[in-house]
Design a protein around this ligand. Structure first.
Ligand code: FAD
Length: 146
């Protein structure tokens, strides 16, 4: 079978895609049903953490650990996506085929086109050049798909 993609090689495998919006919403619901509570607040420093009455604290502050715990070993990796309306007819995902990182995840809420991986990039602004590259390379990649 000749794949419709403009690549020399192509491998196909079965995989599982966890849809983050569905999964996280369900997770929040499960925590609440089990009696858990969400309190959103900002912690200035470790001292403020110690004022919590809870006996156990899990540190899941991501990049925040840098200032909160002086953890200089944690660095950002910037990722950029293009979100398109969903297409239920597309029941697969693709990875590869671009000059940079290129992938397509077909989800129920969006069709996700990616992506970028910028190690040590602190910017939170999308780069229009990357948006253009992702769109152009995706169009080329899917041009032969009927
Ligand atoms: C473009 C892109 C696409 C991705 N797609 C997927 C995907 O499809 N599936 C997937 O599984 N992963 C995906 N990831 C990875 C995923 O987003 C991360 O792995 C995940 O968010 C890490 O979760 P975390 O809870 O460890 O950290 P974070 O999500 O960074 O959460 C840390 C939290 O701590 C809080 N915080 C920090 N400092 C403080 C403070 N001083 N006081 C109070 N709160 C504080 C922050 O506000 C934040 O809410 C993607 C990442 C990128 C960049």
């Amino acid at each position: 079978n000749q794949p419709p993609f403009p690549t020399d090689y192509c491998t196909v495998s079965a995989t599982m895609l966890v849809e983050t919006t569905t999964f996280l919403r369900r997770l929040i619901q499960d925590v609440r049903l089990a009696g858990g509570e969400f309190v959103i607040r900002d912690f200035k420093d470790q001292e403020e953490l110690h004022t919590l009455p809870e006996p156990v604290i899990f540190n899941c502050t991501g990049l925040g650990s840098r200032s909160l715990f002086g953890d200089q070993g944690i660095t950002p990796a910037k990722g950029q996506l293009v979100l398109l309306p969903p297409d239920p007819a597309v029941d697969y995902l693709t990875v590869g085929g671009g000059t940079g990182s290129l992938y397509m995840f077909s989800r129920n809420d969006y069709m996700i086109l990616g992506g970028t991986f910028g190690l040590d990039d602190w910017s939170t602004e999308p780069d229009p050049k990357e948006t253009e590259r992702i769109l152009k390379e995706s169009q080329q990649f899917f041009a032969g798909v009927e």
